[in-house]
Design a protein around this ligand. Structure first.
Ligand code: MN
Length: 501
């Protein structure tokens, strides 16, 4: 059944030749996974089929679809790699390898020098920053890898019920901490909301229950009211010759409502967009006209008019928002946009990858979000220092606001805690480099090793054999690794002095 569902979705935009190739991949996936079962007892191959359907629903191209079907078959065996390349081409193989790489959390021996550990035992923060770093690097290389990974995650979340409670909680909090923010960063509002609402009940079961009790009656009441508002709106637009493509309302997603309520002391009456009205119009001019008509009838709240058309959000989101005293003085939010803006709001960067037969399929997908492009650039062109200055401004990683990402001159990423200095960076490279670090070139400029680093900095450490760690460094070292080495060194030198005297 999952197979028919997928083929049905694809038949809407793939031609016969492409469908034939997809069928080949389905067969290959089934054969590769064989009789392997998932924790739920179902056949494993149903998982890639369902994940792929999510990508077909947003009309991803053939390579992405095939790679998604095969995303779990590669376990570093060269035989399968070669076979995949032979049957489905280099691009597909590259995508699969990208996804495979993401799933493996590398164990650093420095975390556990004396014992063997399982992935589950890696401290949550280490695991998350490792995952995040990989996601960013993969994304910079080919963002389609992330689309596949997110689709994979959504299916995993939907079938999370059969795992142990501990695993559920771990996987779900990772979704809230990493995968949903990344979807958000890419402007993929729909998947972000889906991921969050799937994870929310596992991570905060009690809060989730309470929130539902609090909000559901309120939502029902609002929906009843908005039906009346929409009727009125339609008449208003008709009277003013405004062509409307659609008017609807939508309830706020659970997790985002939860976060917002926390900011407003859990007072649901202060949430004006609990259920908002969404108006779709054919072009930008009509959007502004619609806004004018709404304001001429109902007074807007001061400071609540947001023109994200003239000033889009950093993730590309565009729309007009306004909150007004509506019928009976009830405070109501309206979101006004064109179909293209709507698509952008739901799919974000993925909207640029939508398969379009009229275009040459290679051509779409060239559009990238700027910060991602810059991230990729710094990976390649690490010696250029002019771009790094802008980078510090544009490369705002709000995913982990308490972490910064800096680079070696070779373009390797190091993630350090906020407030880390060049000393921390030196130790993150190698103990000897830390112990003998004498100076730091930050974005091409010579600076003290005590300099606090900023997001996006490129750092080159100069060493001097004669330089030794001093206790004073502890005032500037933030990471445990650096502090440990500095302390160890200080202790050792005291011992040496005592011995000599
Ligand atoms: Mn998978």
């Amino acid at each position: 059944m999952e197979e028919e569902k997928l083929l049905g979705l694809l038949s809407k935009y793939f031609n016969d030749r492409e469908i034939k190739e997809v069928k080949k991949a389905i067969f290959f996936a089934k054969k590769s996974h064989g009789k392997i079962k998932r924790a739920s007892g179902e056949n494993f191959y149903l998982h890639p089929l369902r994940s792929t359907s999510k990508l077909a629903r947003i009309r991803m191209g053939k390579d992405t679809i095939i790679a998604a079907l095969l995303h779990d078959i590669l376990e570093d065996t060269d035989t399968i790699s070669i076979e995949v390349e032979k049957r489905f081409g280099k691009d597909v193989l590259k995508l699969i390898k990208g996804v495979t790489k993401l799933s493996k959390v590398r164990l650093k021996t420095s975390w556990f020098p004396f014992r063997k550990v399982k992935v589950e035992q890696i401290p949550i923060f280490e695991r998350q920053s490792e995952t995040l770093k990989k996601m960013l690097l993969a994304m910079a290389e080919d963002v389609r890898v992330i689309f596949i990974k997110l689709a994979d995650k959504i299916d995993n979340m939907e079938t999370l019920g059969s795992l142990s409670k501990e695993k559920q909680e771990r996987i779900a909090s990772e979704v809230l901490e990493i995968y949903a923010p990344i979807a958000n960063r890419l402007g993929m509002g729909k998947w972000k909301g889906t991921l969050e609402d799937l994870a929310f009940p596992y991570v905060y079961p009690e809060e989730y229950k309470k929130l539902q009790e609090l909000a559901i009656p309120k939502i029902k009441e609002r929906e009843k009211y908005l039906k009346i508002v929409i009727k009125e709106l339609k008449l208003m637009f008709k009277g003013n010759n405004i062509k409307v493509l659609g008017i609807d309302y939508r309830a706020k997603k659970w997790y985002s409502l939860f976060l917002k309520l926390k900011k407003y002391d859990m007072n649901i009456n202060k949430i004006y967009d609990l259920v908002a009205v969404r108006i779709i119009l054919p072009d930008i001019e009509n959007c502004y006209s619609a806004l004018g008509i709404i304001h001429s009838k109902w007074k807007p709240l001061i400071g609540r008019i947001k023109d994200y058309i003239a000033l889009p959000k950093p993730n590309g989101y565009r729309s007009l928002h306004t909150t007004v005293f509506c019928i009976d003085g009830k405070i109501t939010e309206f979101q006004i946009r064109t179909p293209a803006m709507h698509q952008q709001a739901e799919l974000g960067i993925a909207a640029h990858w939508i398969y379009d037969e009229k275009k040459v399929s290679k051509n779409n997908g060239n559009e990238k979000i700027r910060w991602l492009e810059e991230f990729a650039k710094i990976q390649k062109d690490s010696t250029s220092t002019t771009t790094t200055k802008d980078l510090a401004n544009t490369f705002k990683l709000d995913l982990f606001s308490d972490r910064i990402f800096v680079f070696t001159p070779q373009g390797d990423v190091r993630d350090l805690p906020l407030g880390a200095s060049a000393i921390d960076f030196a130790y993150s490279i190698h103990t000897d480099i830390g112990n003998h670090c004498a100076g730091a070139k930050i974005n091409g400029k010579l600076q003290s090793i005590k300099t606090i680093l900023k997001n996006g900095d490129v750092i080159e450490i100069t060493t001097n054999k004669k330089t030794k760690p001093s206790r004073d460094w502890l005032n500037f070292a933030k990471t445990q690794i650096a502090r440990g080495h500095i302390r160890k060194y200080a202790k050792r030198s005291i011992l040496r002095i005592n011995f000599r005297s």
